[in-house]
Design a protein around this ligand. Structure first.
Ligand code: ASP
Length: 323
């Protein structure tokens, strides 16, 4: 008998129509299990109601508590794996934090729904059943934190929500899924490298700046004057930025911030190739670190965890170089 703990946090999967016709998270974990279509033979499922909120309303402190809650269940001998039901909006972020901070080999599987629980064609029950099967599967051990949706299994480090409403929203651009669940059977086609770091919590206040063509440096200068601990710039292409950004990065670094350059392209790595006018080589000369293939939102979380662990600039650059 495999034993899986379902930690319920809210999201569309736990939502229904409120009296004002908006969609609100109001269901607990037991309600999600009660709607499963088929029996899960050979599996015992317990529920832990952590929260009942839309994932857009979560904050880093709450997500860190959630990660500690998941890790606590995994430490138990009578728990073989954990499923986390979560809103889709920020699921890839929470899953990535769990991937970074939880060293257990037991599966941690995030899932949710795009169609709420009162819709006749809600995708929640199938996703939950698939996620439980993955959490109980010996083949899914050692893969880090996973995201299961619409029959696909994705790695937390690479997956993104790509469509606002469709049920096949999650994709791992440039990598593809790790595997799938077909007719109740779990298949794993590839195994990602694990990059767990020491858990010292998460630092708040790292800002994410997304410039467009010809954007000003005003927000970067605000960040320097506000003394923020770090700034992620979601730059163009290979990691280039609008004119003036290299000087603004130098001012930020002088003010004590760690600056990381990610790309707005969904595929490919940032690399200092272009020179002059805030091309990536000038950002590097100004003291910026490059995020490799890690997305800007996940770079923000990695930097948050590294700064909490008191990593110095070299250790931070080494950690990003692994992506
Ligand atoms: N659209 C979201 C969801 O699928 C809302 C949320 O992230 O909570 O759950």
């Amino acid at each position: 008998m495999k034993r899986v703990t379902v930690v319920s946090t809210g999201g569309t999967i736990a939502s229904g129509k409120a009296s004002d016709h908006s969609v609100v998270a109001d269901r607990k974990g037991a309600a999600l299990i009660a709607t499963l279509h088929d029996p899960l033979d050979g599996m015992a499922v317990e529920v832990d109601d952590f929260a009942s909120v839309g994932s857009y309303a979560l904050d880093l402190a709450t997500v860190y508590q959630l990660v500690r809650c998941i890790a606590g269940h995994l430490e138990r001998d009578d728990c073989d794996g954990v499923v986390v039901t979560h809103g889709t909006d920020t699921m890839e972020e929470t899953a990535f934090i769990a991937d970074l901070l939880i060293g257990s080999d037991k599966p941690v599987v995030f899932t949710g729904a795009q169609r709420h629980a009162d819709m006749p064609d809600t995708d929640g029950p199938r996703n939950v059943a698939d996620a439980i099967r993955v959490a109980a599967a010996p083949i899914a051990r050692g893969l880090g934190s996973l995201l299961v949706f619409e029959g696909d299994i994705h790695a937390a480090a690479t997956v993104s929500k790509t469509h606002t409403a469709r049920v096949d929203t999650f994709r791992s651009a440039g990598y593809g899924k790790l595997g799938e669940i077909d007719n109740g059977v779990v298949y794993i086609q590839r195994r990602p490298e694990r990059r767990v770091i020491a858990d010292h919590g998460l630092v708040e206040g790292i800002e994410l700046v997304k410039p467009g063509l010809g954007s000003s440096t005003a927000y970067l200068d605000f960040c320097a004057s506000a003394g923020v601990p770090g700034v992620i710039i979601e730059a163009f292409g290979r990691g280039n930025a609008p004119r003036g950004y290299a000087d603004a990065v130098a001012r930020l670094v002088k003010a004590g911030a760690i600056v990381v350059i990610a790309s707005r392209c969904p595929e490919g790595r940032t690399l200092p190739v272009y020179g002059a006018d805030s091309g990536a080589t000038t950002l590097q000369a100004a003291g910026a670190i490059f995020a490799g293939e890690l997305s800007a939102i996940k770079s923000r979380l990695l930097l948050s965890a590294l700064l909490a662990a008191k990593a110095d600039r070299n250790a931070i650059a080494e950690a990003f170089a692994r992506y």
